[in-house]
Every structure is written in structure tokens, then in C-alpha cells.
Write a protein that binds this ligand. Structure first.
Ligand code: APR
Length: 311
């Protein structure tokens, strides 16, 4: 059995464990600083397994030893947004948490692939790569899978078409400047731009961009976790099964799309090596402009991180 350790057993981490266990994809370790909480959630989940006849070992712990030999490390440890906060407001608090989670887990799982969810997402993925010294293909930020899922859900609500027919692509940083691609996104092969009237499409694009904030405002005490954790499952599944699945994720830019030394949301091919390949879409002038605008704000957060932390 493969092994996935999830650092941060809060809403996103424990819900990811729930979805993963149900799929019998890997044995699971939940790590959190809160005493008793990961142990309790882990045991409760373990006790659910006989009901669904799944042989998954699940352990909750406050230390890192049990993460030994993990194939995948998922980092969801950190503070979530509260109403009125941007993802970038979390930078200072979460940088320390992510550094610790990344370096501690590396001691026990030198061959793991990292999936980072903690916000501000692109920058935290960059930090995890830097502090572990891992090659960039082994540290992936999760954002595009989630943002694309949100967009697909809104398209399905608008059109009544099955989500199975809806393919959405959202690139750029995981912030309000993200870039939902309306030309590449399609319903059964028909570009969204042709399928939907411009103003309806515009509304969907705007709702997608603010999708995380919409949930934060509704929940008031935390941020989204069902869709973010399901996105973890899709990524982990692609990696563990070496599927070579193309999905938008945050990856290190090394000249792709004209960007360098920063994590950014682009289509990547996920397989056993993590990021097997970065796919470069041809973008038209409008798409390029939106992409560049998003890159500026993500670059600013990387710059703020570099001032805050020495690697
Ligand atoms: N090590 C391990 N766990 C930690 C640490 C640490 N150093 N610091 C905090 N945690 C734990 C908290 O105790 C909490 O249980 O991280 C967990 C975070 O869970 P939630 O507060 O429920 O937040 P969640 O909604 O899961 O979001 C986690 O993902 O989407 C992002 O913006 C979100 O950065 C946030 C992260």
C-alpha cells in the first residue's frame, strides 16, 4: 500500500483523509500540533473503514516519526482566511508553519512528492521547494484543479449540462487575478465562448475568481475544504498511478510563459515524478495580458517572502 501523510489535520487535511481513505488509495498519517485532535480524527476514520470494507491504516499524531516512508506529503497546515483577509495576509504566519512541515517531513520521507495547499499558495509551494532543496518537479502547489472545478460547477449550474462534459482550465496565481480560460474551456468540445452569451460567461469568470472568498464569507470562521481536499485526491491519484494527467497546478517557472523563479498556475502533466512536464498553451493577447497581471501580484508575494525568509 502507498502512504500519504497530511500535515495539518484541520478541515482540509482531515477531509482529504476522508476522501482518500474511502478510495483505498493509500495508508494515511495525519499530523497536527493540536494534542489529541489528529489522533481522534484518525481513529474515528479508521473505525469507519470496516463499514465500507476498506483496508486502510490511518494514524493521527503530533510528531513526524510516523510519516516515515511516505510517497506523498500533503501540507495543509496553517491559518485559513477569515472574512476580509486576502490569501496574502497569511504570508507571515504560514511561512514558519510550512517551513517546519516541509523540513520535518523530508527527514523521514526523502523520496516523497509534496502537494502544498497552505495559502498564499504559490508562494508557500515555492518556500517548500526552497527549504527542502528538492527538485521542482517534486513540489507542487494545488490551486488550478480547485479553481477549474469551481468554474466547472458554475458552468454546470448555468447550463444544466453534466459536469462530465465540462472541461475548464484556470491558470495563473491562486488569487483574485487568476485567469479562467474561456477559449480553452469547453462543453463537450464546444468552447465556452461559443456556448454561453458573453455576459453570462463574464459572470462565471468573476464568480470563479472570487470562488474562495464566496465560501469564506458564507462560513465566516474558515475557508473552503470539500473542493480543495477533493482536488488533493485527484492529484495524489495521478501521481500514485503515474497517470500523466494534465491539470492546472502551481509549478516552478523556469522560463515557461516568460516567467522565472516563482511558482505559478500552469497546466502540468502529473505522474510518478510529480510534475512530469509543464504544458505551454498558446495564449492570445487578452489571455496574455490577464496572465501577466496575475503574475505581477504573485511575484510581489514571492518578493515579500524573500524579504521575510532566508533560504
Ligand atoms: N504543524 C502542523 N499543523 C499545524 C501547524 C504546524 N506547525 N500549525 C497549524 N497547524 C494546523 C492547525 O492546528 C489546524 O488544525 O493546521 C490546521 C489547519 O486547519 P484549519 O484551521 O481547519 O484550516 P483549513 O481550512 O484546513 O486550511 C488550511 O489550507 O486552503 C488553505 O488557506 C488555507 O492555509 C490554509 C490551509
Amino acid at each position: 500500500m502507498k502512504k500519504i501523510s497530511i500535515i495539518g489535520a484541520g478541515m482540509t487535511g482531515s477531509t482529504a483523509a476522508h476522501w482518500l481513505a474511502e478510495r483505498e488509495l493509500a495508508d494515511l498519517v495525519l499530523v497536527d500540533v493540536v494534542e489529541g485532535m489528529p489522533q481522534g480524527k484518525g481513529l474515528d476514520l479508521l473505525e469507519a473503514m470496516p463499514i465500507i470494507r476498506k483496508d486502510v491504516k490511518i494514524v493521527g499524531t503530533n510528531s513526524y516519526e510516523a510519516t516515515q516512508g511516505s510517497d506523498i506529503i500533503v501540507i495543509t497546515a496553517g491559518l485559513p482566511r477569515k472574512p476580509g483577509m486576502s490569501r496574502d495576509d497569511l504570508l507571515t504566519a504560514n511561512a514558519d508553519i510550512v517551513r517546519k512541515a516541509a523540513t520535518e517531513t523530508l527527514k523521514y520521507s526523502p523520496n516523497a512528492i509534496y502537494i502544498v495547499l497552505t495559502n498564499p499558495l504559490d508562494t508557500m509551494a515555492y518556500l517548500a521547494m526552497k527549504v527542502t532543496g528538492l527538485p521542482a518537479n517534486r513540489v507542487i502547489g494545488q490551486a488550478g484543479v480547485l479553481d477549474a472545478a469551481r468554474m466547472s460547477a458554475f458552468v454546470a449550474l448555468e447550463t444544466g449540462v453534466s459536469v462530465e462534459n465540462i472541461n475548464c482550465y484556470v491558470l495563473g496565481g491562486h488569487g483574485d487575478e487568476m485567469v479562467p480560460l474561456t477559449r480553452h474551456s469547453n462543453i463537450a468540445g464546444i468552447p465556452l465562448r461559443e456556448y454561453l452569451p458573453a455576459e453570462r460567461l463574464e459572470a462565471i469568470v468573476n464568480r470563479t475568481r472570487k470562488g474562495g472568498g464566496e465560501i469564506v464569507n458564507l462560513l465566516k470562521t474558515g475557508s473552503a475544504y470539500y473542493a480543495p481536499s477533493m482536488a488533493v485526491v485527484q492529484m495524489a491519484d495521478a501521481i500514485l498511478k503515474d497517470k500523466h494527467l494534465i491539470v492546472p497546478c502551481a509549478a516552478l517557472m523556469q522560463g515557461e510563459y516568460g516567467l522565472n523563479d516563482m511558482y505559478f498556475g500552469v497546466p502540468v502533466m502529473l505522474g510518478a515524478n510529480g510534475v512530469e512536464k509543464i504544458i505551454e498553451y498558446s495564449l492570445d493577447a487578452d489571455e496574455k495580458a490577464a496572465f501577466e497581471k496575475s503574475a505581477v501580484s504573485v511575484k510581489d508575494t514571492h518578493d515579500a517572502l524573500r524579504k521575510l525568509v532566508t533560504f
